[in-house]
Write a protein that binds this ligand. Structure first.
Ligand code: F6R
Length: 657
């Protein structure tokens, strides 16, 4: 299936957007019976499977139907009633006093909040000050704070808390600069104003722009976030994800990174962001809707596993702002309070607990603050010693896990500062904490955590860096250096994912086993724990993880000829000791599969199979090292005929104690 994704030439590290975008321009004569609002909603419904928290559409009304383009206005409907938002919009369209008659152009959006809580005010499309420009956006505007300040200073009024809204105002700004204060002019096209606006943005975007001046043409553009264009039947459509377009277009094109295009029902005029003309090449699409929803993977877990580099990249974007401050998403904790922290507790369940175990090493090393990691359901019953100088970090992908919520309630009762790390904006944990850092992994549909695990780790690492900087233990240039290493992780993760075939071959060799042992030391131990958890939950194999040095204190009695041992043996302070531990199990007949760095002949000489990964500094290595273990569990599960997306007895969110 991945081969088909390549044929589509979708960007390899980004197969799906966090938010859903649709843009349609159509020839009214060819429009048929269905009003454009209904068609936009239908297309967005095809993206519903991914989950969203709010939605909106904007249509060009008047203009072409009446007596000239200057009469055109934008008709916008937005709703924030979670996954009922599209139904709500449908109702409002039907009961609107004057249903939009325009059948020429419209844009729509389903939002998965990253900046600003889910609300109607934060839902897309966003308008500029004049109400003549509407924008939908998928991605992250990294420098939005600076841009928002700049725009506000020059008189713009921003109506939402989102990063996306600045794009509409930047386009307006470009048009204003061109003509003084007059917007409706013939001097600059929407394409040109958008191109100039986008050059002021750092970060990722896929956007669609509706401008009342442009008759039925729309402007679409992308950098890092995907955008697919479809044409046929008197329509041209653009969408963040292929399922929105399937069956509606005759030919499909992918906008390349850094391209912008003006689309009309009959034409696509593309440029790069420097204004050089570009030609879009058609792509072959053989997927049905179900395959397209999974980006051609057979299941969501496969897709999400492969989305990890992008998810990590998104999570890192724009977090350390210009003066070296960490941009917390919401905070009622001051820097002075953070400076006073004398003990950190990280609480979480399952993979979220493991991400805490990974980051303990970096946190203590960088900040010198004693750090304890607790399973949420244990923490709340163990009478922890907390005070106002304790920082309790609740880690929860869903933000709704009852045990973790109860753990942070206890922390608050005991006067500690509480910070949430979550993937779901406005989830319970974020509302009940003093500060929030969001992982920006996008919706995770597979029950087993993959991209949310890796993004939790980098989020916690950034927090650790910030604490170290605040306490004067690391200087700003040192944190910048580590941030650069963090920013290199998506590349290394992609490299690790590209070795999928080699992992699959090992999976075939071990799929018939009942019991597996995972060993690791230092940051390799939580990687072993996470690898074993994946194997248990999706392949139903008994997989136990041990700190490798602990083997001789008991577990080694279980090793017999043929026992499979997965050893996380990438480079680091304890690698030599890890080699000794591998020799201990080898000499008792174990079959050893090692995770090792490229070119590591020492480990290769000890192991039966090696799953190679690229090397990075050992404190940051877990998000790379875990990839072959995630892939291994995934392939073993599939070879054993298990449903990897819906493993037995498990729920994605555990809201009971
Ligand atoms: C493992 C997994 C679970 C969750 C755990 C916590 O793959 O998905 O172990 O990590 O249930 O869930 P959250 O992070 O939502 O609190």
């Amino acid at each position: 299936m991945q081969i088909q994704a390549q044929r589509l030439r979708l960007p390899s590290t980004r197969l799906d957007g966090v938010c859903g975008i649709i843009a349609i321009t159509r020839n009214p004569a060819a429009a048929g019976e269905q009003p454009l609002a209904g068609l936009l909603i239908d297309c967005l419904e095809r993206l519903e499977y991914r989950g969203y928290d709010s939605a909106g559409i904007a249509l060009l009304v008047g203009g072409m139907e009446s007596d000239g383009a200057d009469d055109a206005t934008i008709w916008r409907i937005r709703a924030a009633v979670s996954t009922q938002s599209l139904q709500e919009i449908k109702k409002r369209v039907q009961s609107a006093p004057r249903p939009p008659r325009s059948d020429s152009a419209g844009i729509g959006h389903t939002r998965w909040a990253t900046h600003g809580r889910p609300s109607e005010q934060n839902a897309h499309p966003h308008l500029d000050c004049t109400g003549n420009i509407a924008v939908v956006h998928n991605g992250i505007v990294e420098n939005w704070r600076e841009l928002a300040e700049e725009l506000t200073a020059s008189g713009h009024e921003l109506a939402s808390e989102t990063d996306s809204e600045v794009i509409a105002h930047l386009i307006e700004d470009e048009l204003r600069m061109d003509t003084g204060t007059q917007l409706h002019n013939n001097y600059m096209t929407t394409l040109e104003a958008t191109r100039r606006a986008l050059r002021r943005i750092t970060g990722s975007f896929a956007i669609a722009v509706l401008d009342t001046r442009s008759n039925s043409s729309l402007v679409v553009a992308r950098r890092l976030s995907p955008l697919v264009v479809g044409m046929g039947g008197g329509m041209c459509m653009a969408a963040s994800d292929l399922p929105a377009l399937l069956g509606l277009s005759g030919s499909y094109y992918v906008l390349e990174d850094g391209e912008i295009a003006e689309i009309t029902p009959e034409s696509i005029k593309a440029q790069d962001l420097d204004g050089q003309a570009r030609t879009l090449h058609p792509i072959h699409v053989s997927w049905d809707i179900e395959a397209a929803q999974k980006s051609g993977y057979d299941d969501f877990m496969g897709k999400e596993l492969h989305e990890q580099p992008t998810a990590v990249m998104d999570t890192l974007l724009g977090r350390f702002i210009s003066d070296g401050k960490l941009a917390l998403d919401e905070t009622r904790i001051t820097d002075d309070e953070l400076r006073e922290v004398d003990k950190v507790f990280i609480v979480g369940c399952g993979s979220s607990f493991h991400s805490g175990l990974v980051v303990k090493h970096a946190l203590e090393h960088w900040t010198r603050i004693p750090t304890e990691i607790d399973i949420s359901s244990e923490f709340r019953y163990r009478d922890p010693i907390l005070s106002s100088s304790s920082l309790v970090i609740g880690v929860s992908q869903s933000g709704e896990t009852m045990d973790t919520l109860q753990a942070i309630h206890l922390a608050r009762r005991l006067n500690a500062k509480v910070l949430a790390v979550s993937n779901v904006v406005d989830s319970s944990i974020t509302r009940q904490s003093d500060g929030v850092l969001y992982t920006r992994a996008g919706p995770e549909i597979g029950v087993a955590a993959t991209k949310t695990f890796s993004t939790q780790i980098v989020t916690l690492q950034m927090l650790a860096l910030y604490l170290a900087q605040l306490r004067g233990i690391l200087y700003h240039d040192e944190t910048s250096l580590i941030m650069d290493q963090l920013r290199d992780l998506p590349r290394l993760m992609q490299d690790a994912l590209d070795r999928d075939e080699a992992v699959r071959a090992v999976a075939e060799d071990i799929a018939g086993q009942r019991d597996l042992f995972y060993i690791g030391r230092n940051t390799g131990y939580p990687v072993a724990l996470e690898g074993a958890l994946k194997m248990k939950e999706i392949a139903y194999l008994r997989a136990e993880a041990y700190p490798a040095g602990e083997l001789k204190h008991g577990p080694i009695a279980l090793i017999e000829p043929g026992t499979v041992v997965l050893a996380v043996a990438t480079k680091g302070r304890l690698q030599k000791k890890m080699h000794t531990n591998i020799s201990e199990v080898k000499s008792r007949g174990a079959k050893v599969i090692a995770v090792a760095n490229d070119g590591d002949t020492g480990t290769a000489a000890l192991a039966d199979h090696v799953l190679y990964v690229p090397e990075t500094v050992s404190l940051l290595a877990p998000v790379v090292d875990v990839i072959p273990l995630q892939l291994l569990a995934y392939h073993v599960a599939r070879l054993r005929g298990c449903d990897v997306d819906r493993p037995r007895n498990l729920a994605k969110t555990v809201t009971v104690e």
